[in-house]
Design a protein. Structure first.
Length: 264
């Protein structure tokens, strides 16, 4: 990586491009401190952020995967956001398409996580109504902390038993077959997992947006055009009234924009 700096920071630009350290990246993406005036119905301190990438023409994927529209710096920020989180929430289809593995412990963030009272790596929480997943994958057989499965009360009992035999922790967050986003946020927070990060995919992100539980969006805008019929970063029904988010920060490298928006 040759350069990474705030596009509005003329001093940094004049001094010449340089690579930010992982500590500097972590400082650029802080989770907020719990607010004393927070909604009493919300879990204390819970904050849900999303991390997504989009091409210039709005594609969230190319050939079904996000990696072709990403970059080395985008992946560096991806790793930093994971290292700051208590839990990574992801949809089952994304687990299947992207070949998800357990989050790993990273020495560069060990002291920061210990000071924050966190374990060595975030838990992965997979959202699935059917629990139609391969429980022999490393995500379930080799995690540092048990993988969580967020599902509804009507999930197939035989799949629940198979998941638990594989070592996963099944978390019921809905009265029907599917997951209710607000209940999922509360259920994770009740386990002390308040620094929440979702990596999609688009269907899950759309559900979180529609439920009004997304606090922050970290969006990489890739300087690529893909055309075609790829999904946007959020799918599903549109909101009756679009929700406003405010720009919190923006970084740039090689034409990639690394933006951070918070609920206005």
């Amino acid at each position: 990586m040759r350069r990474l700096f705030p596009v509005t920071d003329q001093t940094s630009a004049a001094a010449g491009p340089r690579e930010w350290s992982l500590d500097e990246l972590a400082e650029a993406y802080p989770y907020p401190e719990p607010s004393p005036g927070a909604d009493p119905a919300a879990p204390a301190g819970a904050w849900l952020r999303a991390n997504m990438v989009s091409s210039l023409d709005g594609a969230a994927q190319h050939d079904g995967r996000s990696e072709p529209i990403s970059s080395a710096t985008d992946m560096r920020i991806f790793g930093t956001l994971r290292a700051l989180a208590d839990v990574v929430v992801v949809g089952a289809e994304t687990v299947r398409m992207e070949g998800y593995r357990p989050a790993r412990a990273r020495e560069a963030f060990a002291a920061r996580r210990q000071a924050a009272g966190q374990g060595p790596a975030p838990a992965i929480a997979v959202v699935s109504a059917s629990l139609d997943l391969d429980f022999s994958l490393p995500l379930f057989t080799e995690p540092l902390v048990p993988t969580l499965l967020l599902t509804g009360a009507a999930a197939p009992p035989e799949r629940v038993r198979e998941a638990e035999r594989a070592g996963a922790e099944v978390v019921v967050a809905g009265d029907g077959p599917g997951v209710e986003p607000a209940r999922a946020v509360r259920a994770l927070a009740a386990r002390g997992l308040t620094r929440q990060l979702t990596e999609g995919g688009p269907r899950l992100l759309g559900q979180l947006v529609a439920a009004g539980v997304l606090d922050e969006l970290c969006l990489t805008v890739s300087p690529l055009l893909t055309a075609g019929g790829a999904q946007r970063i959020a799918g599903g029904p549109s909101l009756e009234v679009p929700e406003r988010y405010a720009l919190a920060s923006i970084l740039e490298e090689d034409g990639f924009l690394f933006t951070r928006y918070r609920r206005a």
